[in-house]
Design a protein around this ligand. Structure first.
Ligand SMILES: Cc1cc2nc3c(=O)[nH]c(=O)nc-3n(C[C@H](O)[C@H](O)[C@H](O)COP(=O)(O)O)c2cc1C
Length: 335
């Protein structure tokens, strides 16, 4: 019996739930073709960064205001037509156009920033290119001693509200795990306009180079153990927050995808494993997922989704503090 792998994410009907997440692989049209050939049901493009576009967006904003003052009523309004502006991140817009033209799978663009600025105008510009959805990656290191956690969270919410107001495509919000109250934050992000939450952003930690006595930025690909944190929050949020949930960080093989699904993921996303092993890994994970579900007697991804989530397991406390002391005190040293 074949398993129905179809999945609806951000209002998009996908052939299955194993999606390549934002990485250099989706930033190149040849790689995009390779990913689609390997079975990618949708593509999340790498991010356009606030730093890349802020200056250009402010310039557009300025032109808009000048235009409105200078020309009175314009038949097409004053929103800049892209070909009228040399706006800088033209390569990104080109990538969207080519992806939309050359593959039929949905294209999810990504914006990465922390603050409300003219750059949120870019959300609209990306939407105008025909993207199917937008992922907003909020990557903030809250290192200002005078900014409270409440103020940081308000900043997130205002950003989501602002971006949501400027686009009419579905909006996913990619966040890190470092909130004091993740469950409350998740609800407020959805209230602010998030149609999906992408759990979790990986923060790239700088390392200290002891030989040179310098601090170096460092990018280390993920390890499957990182999925554990994602599983916990998928399980807690599934069915209790009205949005889709995407799992990112630590999905390397089909068993990881199965676990994310059972915990409650709408889709699972992959970057590190694809960068390490190539696009065909995606098809392997999809096939492994189908095999596991089939052997387990599941008819569909929908049937399996969330079957080990907070609301479905006999002891949901296992996702919170239950077992914490026992786990620590029962550990047997191996030496
Ligand atoms: C080289 C590299 C580049 C990435 N670029 C982006 C990006 O532009 N925007 C983004 O939201 N995430 C980016 N990510 C994060 C991935 O999309 C993904 O969320 C993260 O790597 C965790 O998933 P994984 O365990 O499958 O790697 C990048 C990751 C890597 C390794």
């Amino acid at each position: 019996m074949s398993v129905d792998l179809t999945t609806r994410y951000l209002g998009l009907d996908l052939a299955h739930p194993v999606v390549p997440s934002a990485s250099p692989l989706t930033g190149d049209i040849d790689h995009i073709h390779a990913l689609v050939e390997a079975g990618a049901p949708a593509l999340v493009l790498p991010s356009l960064f606030e730093e890349q576009i802020e200056h250009d967006a402010m310039a557009i904003h300025f032109s808009l205001e000048m235009g409105a003052d200078g020309f009175g009523e314009a038949p097409d309004g004053f929103f800049p037509r892209l070909d009228d502006y040399n706006t800088g991140p033209e390569d990104y817009l080109d990538l969207i156009r080519r992806a939309k033209r050359e593959v039929s799978e949905p294209v999810i663009a990504s914006l990465n920033g922390t603050s409300i600025g003219g750059w949120t105008l870019y959300a609209q510009i990306l939407a105008d290119q025909g993207i199917d959805a937008l992922e907003l990656n909020i990557y903030k290191i809250a290192a200002d001693f005078r900014v409270s956690s409440a103020a940081v969270e308000d900043g997130y919410l205002r950003l989501v509200e602002t971006v949501k107001r400027s686009v009419d495509v579905p909006l996913a919000v990619k966040i890190g795990p470092y909130f004091s109250s993740m469950a409350d934050m998740a609800v407020r992000l959805v209230d602010a306009g998030a149609d999906a939450l992408v759990l979790f952003n990986r923060f790239y930690q700088p390392d200290i180079d002891l030989a040179r006595l310098t601090v170096e930025p460092d990018l280390v690909l993920s390890d499957p153990i990182e999925l554990r944190l994602v599983l916990r929050w998928l399980a807690i949020l599934h069915g209790r927050v009205p949005c889709d949930l995407a799992a990112t960080s630590g999905v390397h093989g089909s068993e990881d995808a199965v676990k994310a699904l059972l915990a409650g993921a709408t889709v699972t996303m992959m970057a590190s494993a694809l960068l390490r092993n190539g696009p065909q890994r995606l098809g392997e994970v999809r096939d492994g997922l189908a095999t596991w579900l089939g052997e387990g007697g599941y008819e569909s991804v929908a049937q399996a989704r969330g079957s080990l989530s907070y609301g479905a397991v006999p002891d949901p406390g296992v996702f919170a503090r239950t077992g914490y002391m026992k786990t620590l005190t029962s550990y047997v040293p191996t030496w």
